[in-house]
Design a protein around this ligand. Structure first.
Ligand SMILES: Cc1cc2nc3c(=O)[nH]c(=O)nc-3n(C[C@H](O)[C@H](O)[C@H](O)COP(=O)(O)OP(=O)(O)OC[C@H]3O[C@@H](n4cnc5c(N)ncnc54)[C@H](O)[C@@H]3O)c2cc1C
Length: 346
């Protein structure tokens, strides 16, 4: 049943969250509220739900694993709007509301030839969730073009501005996933984008696809098209088979540990990081432990992407969680490396 409260705020009771998470996990929420205006969000804060009750903020549901029914309120960010704030000779400052679909925001910029987010084409989810784990792909992270964000303090209702340094961005990390977890609702994000794009086509197979596409003159649209082609051919589509992208982060280890492993396993895959460590491909580690393509009940590691855990139909969140823990344990036992979960377990 659907009710409209708080200035036509849409509320649903005892509702399945299956359509609202890309894993397609069927759990119930006591209440689901769709936030479409800032006024609605403020009214919700005034109702003290964030102080007295339990809650879950939801964007596109593409980076969560729901392991149980949600007792309390699910608040879905559906705030829309993209605005050009200002520009100078070299840059534009673009503000997007948190409920905008990330890929649509990317396309909005590509249409206007504003460069910097094209390598992040086709990442599922919303703009508001993008800073949570500093989304990244093909050599680019949002911290590279991030200017600031506005977030509502859920306890006080105060709107706070976070600059780059406040967000503590790291590899798939930010303050919002750690010490400030659950304290803020990210309302909008502002990006500083290039009017004269700086192309980043060195990563992965982008160059190969550009050549295959016969691209003579590089453009952000050509890079975006290449990224879309690569992602579509490589990654399992959640609308076909439920998943939340990479379930695990690539671990970063000391060079000495990496060299010792390399001596034992010459095919191990690793890349040096700016911090002097080596980032090891978690997919390789998982594959070596025999998990790639292995099905366990209704879940398993994808046949082409060992890092991606999937829902073969009707899986429970706890089954996926148990599989993920078994995978972590076997990687630790085999390589002495403790891989971490990227997906938010709820
Ligand atoms: C097929 C596939 C491919 C993917 N590829 C990539 C990739 O290449 N790179 C990458 O970095 N990620 C990738 N992801 C993960 C995912 O797309 C991103 O993490 C995305 O930013 C999640 O957005 P969302 O709106 O779906 O967040 P949700 O899953 O809805 O939420 C994620 C977390 O953020 C919190 N949250 C959401 N919105 C807000 C808000 N407005 N304020 C405060 N907290 C909030 C939630 O409570 C939750 O803890 C992929 C996922 C899939 C399914």
């Amino acid at each position: 049943m659907t009710y409209y409260l708080y200035h036509m705020m849409q509320e649903e009771y005892h509702i399945s969250l299956k359509p609202y998470n890309t894993f397609g996990i069927d759990v119930l929420a006591d209440k689901l509220i769709h936030i479409q205006t800032l006024g609605q969000l403020n009214e919700l804060i005034a109702s003290k739900v964030f102080i007295t009750g339990s809650f879950l903020i939801l964007g596109g549901g593409s980076n969560i694993l729901l392991t149980q029914d949600v007792k309390g309120v699910v608040i879905r960010n559906e705030l829309k709007g993209i605005e050009l704030l200002k520009e100078d000779d070299n840059f534009v400052w673009v503000k997007a509301m948190g409920g905008e679909v990330w890929h649509e925001f990317v396309l909005w910029n590509i249409e206007r030839n504003y460069g910097g987010v094209e390598n992040l084409s086709l990442i599922p989810g919303t703009v508001g969730a993008a800073p949570m784990q500093n989304i990244g792909a093909y050599g680019v992270e949002i911290k590279d073009t991030f200017e600031s964000l506005e977030a509502l303090d859920l306890k006080t209702g105060e709107l706070k501005v976070f600059l780059q340094r406040d967000c503590k961005f790291g590899y798939r990390e930010s303050i919002f996933k750690n010490e400030a977890k659950g304290n803020y609702f990210i309302v909008s994000v502002t990006f500083k984008l290039h009017k004269r794009p700086v192309f980043n086509n060195s990563y992965g197979s982008i160059q190969q696809v550009l050549e295959k596409n016969g691209v003579k003159e590089l453009s952000i649209k050509a890079i975006s098209d290449a990224v879309i082609a690569i992602r579509s051919s490589k990654l399992p589509n959640p609308s076909v088979i439920g998943n939340a992208g990479s379930f695990f982060k690539n671990p970063e280890i000391d060079e000495t540990q990496f060299n010792a492993l390399k001596a034992q396993y010459p095919s191990i895959v690793g890349y040096p990081t700016a911090a002097g460590k080596t980032k090891v491909a978690a997919g390789w580690l998982i594959e070596q432990c025999g998990w790639k393509g292995k099905r366990v009940g209704n879940t398993g590691s994808h046949k082409d992407q060992a890092l991606v855990l999937v829902n073969y139909g009707g899986v429970k969140g706890e089954e996926v969680y148990r599989l993920s823990e078994a995978i972590k344990q076997s990687v630790a036992d085999t390589f002495g490396i403790h891989i971490q979960t990227e997906v938010n377990i709820i």
